[in-house]
Design a protein around this ligand. Structure first.
Ligand SMILES: O=C(O)c1cccc(C(=O)CC[C@H]2O[C@@H](n3cnc4c(=O)[nH]cnc43)[C@H](O)[C@@H]2O)c1
Length: 207
C-alpha cells in the first residue's frame, strides 16, 4: 500500500516530522508513506499535486487544521470530511449564486472515496477566503450547510478523482467560523491532536 499524506504547511505536521525523524523538505519518500507539503490554498495544492501525484499511490490522506461552523464540534477534535465543495466557484446572479454545475462547466462537490476509523463524518467547503464576516457566514451557511471549512480539501478530492485514487480527509478543528477573532483560535491544540492521530495512523499498518 503506497500512501501519500498531503498537508498545506509543514507546521501542521511538526511532531510527525520529529517522530519519524524526517528531513525538512516539502516532498519526502519513506518506505511506508510519502509526505507532500503543498502550500496554503487550492492553487498551490493543485500545482503541487500535479507535480507529485501519480497512479502508483494507493491512497491519499489529506490532513490539516480547519474551521468549524458547528459549535457542537469541540476545538481540537478530529473530523473526517466525507464531502467537500468548491464554495466560491461559479457566478453571482444578482442576489443568487450559480454553481459551476448550474453554469454547465463541471461540478463543485467531491467526495472522499476511502472509509476510516470512528471519526465524526462532516460536510466541508473549500474557500480561497477564510470566512470572518457575519453576513458572508450567514450566506454560505444557507447555501451549502457546511460543518467545516478549509482552503485545500476539495482540490485534493478533485485531483484524486481525476486519477481514480482513493482518498480521505481528516481535519483537526482549530477555530470556529465566526467574525474574525484570531485570538480565540486553538491552533496549538488542533495541531497537537492532529499529529497524534497521524502518527497513530501511520504506525498501524491497517490503512
Ligand atoms: O498561526 C499559526 O501558528 C499557524 C500554524 C500552522 C498553520 C496555520 C494556518 O493558518 C494554516 C492555514 C490552514 O488552516 C486551514 N484553516 C484553518 N482554519 C480555517 C478556517 O476557518 N477557514 C479556512 N481554512 C482554515 C486552511 O486549510 C489553511 O491551509 C497557522
Amino acid at each position: 500500500m503506497k500512501l501519500l499524506v498531503v498537508v498545506a504547511t509543514q507546521k501542521e505536521l511538526t511532531s510527525v516530522y520529529r517522530h519519524f525523524n524526517l528531513p525538512e523538505q516539502d516532498f519526502i519518500e519513506t518506505a511506508n508513506f510519502d509526505i507532500l507539503i503543498t502550500g496554503v490554498g487550492m492553487t498551490a495544492t493543485a500545482f503541487s499535486l500535479g507535480q507529485r501525484l501519480d497512479k502508483n499511490y494507493d491512497l491519499v490522506l489529506n490532513v490539516g487544521i480547519a474551521g468549524s461552523f458547528d459549535k457542537n464540534i469541540s476545538l481540537g477534535s478530529l473530523v473526517n470530511v466525507y464531502q467537500d465543495v468548491f464554495a466560491e466557484l461559479g457566478a453571482e446572479d444578482h442576489d443568487n449564486f450559480l454553481t459551476i454545475d448550474d453554469l454547465g462547466f463541471g461540478k463543485n462537490t467531491y467526495h472522499a472515496s476511502y472509509e476510516t476509523t470512528a471519526l465524526q463524518k462532516v460536510k466541508g467547503i473549500t474557500v480561497n477566503k477564510v470566512h470572518g464576516n457575519s453576513k458572508s457566514i450567514e450566506t454560505i451557511t444557507k447555501r451549502f450547510q457546511p460543518q467545516v471549512e478549509s482552503m485545500e480539501g476539495a482540490a485534493v478530492f478533485y485531483a484524486c478523482e481525476q486519477l481514480n485514487i482513493p482518498c480521505l480527509q481528516v481535519r483537526s478543528i482549530s477555530n470556529y467560523v465566526t467574525p474574525r477573532t484570531k485570538e480565540t483560535w486553538e491552533i496549538g491544540l488542533a495541531i497537537k491532536n492532529l499529529n497524534e492521530w497521524v502518527i497513530s495512523y501511520l504506525t498501524t499498518d491497517v490503512y
